[in-house]
Design a protein around this ligand. Structure first.
Ligand SMILES: [Zn+2]
Length: 168
């Protein structure tokens, strides 16, 4: 006689009991897939925890083609308040926005260090940017042509214009 067992059905409570809370985050303590995404067996099928919690919380299935993205960026966080149902593009945008902000913080730090070492004032930097050519600016302000070119390209003194990239 084959043994029949009822497949385990999870609820938000049973899933939450497998997490530890860190701030508002629910940090999953159970199994993960090969990419470190929390997984659990639910009704005999292996499914993603953040997706399952979202469905249990919302009381409806997530439509095909939609994905659950994490807003807080904490690995292993499955808190329903930290996930959002979106499409692949939306998830990519979220990840990109997080990356961009981290990038800005890094750039600001570097720019501030460079600015402290620089002898050129902020007004001169603006004037060099507004000059009709690097050669003209170099002669007028007594800086090297290559440095003027770097400022005008934005590779030097990016701190003054660091948010421009985010406006795209
Ligand atoms: Zn979280």
């Amino acid at each position: 006689m084959p043994k029949t067992t009822q497949p385990q059905a999870h609820t938000v409570t049973t899933l939450h009991s497998r997490c530890i809370e860190e701030g508002d985050c629910w940090i999953w303590q159970g199994a993960c897939d090969g990419h470190g995404k929390p997984q659990v067996r639910h009704l005999g099928k292996v499914t993603y925890v953040s997706r399952l919690i979202r469905e249990l919380t919302d009381g409806r299935r997530i439509p095909t083609g939609m994905v659950v993205a994490c807003k807080c960026g904490t690995p292993l966080c499955v808190a329903p308040g930290h996930t959002v149902v979106t499409n692949h593009q939306g998830r990519a945008d979220l990840a990109k926005a997080r990356g961009a902000y981290q990038g800005v913080a890094r750039q600001m730090k570097m720019a501030n260090t460079k600015r402290a070492q620089s002898h050129i004032s902020e007004q001169v930097v603006q004037a060099i940017r507004n000059a009709c050519s690097s050669r003209v600016a170099a002669r007028e302000f007594g800086v090297s042509v290559s440095h003027c070119k770097a400022i005008r390209r934005g590779t030097a003194r990016v701190g003054t214009n660091v948010f421009a990239g985010l406006m795209l």
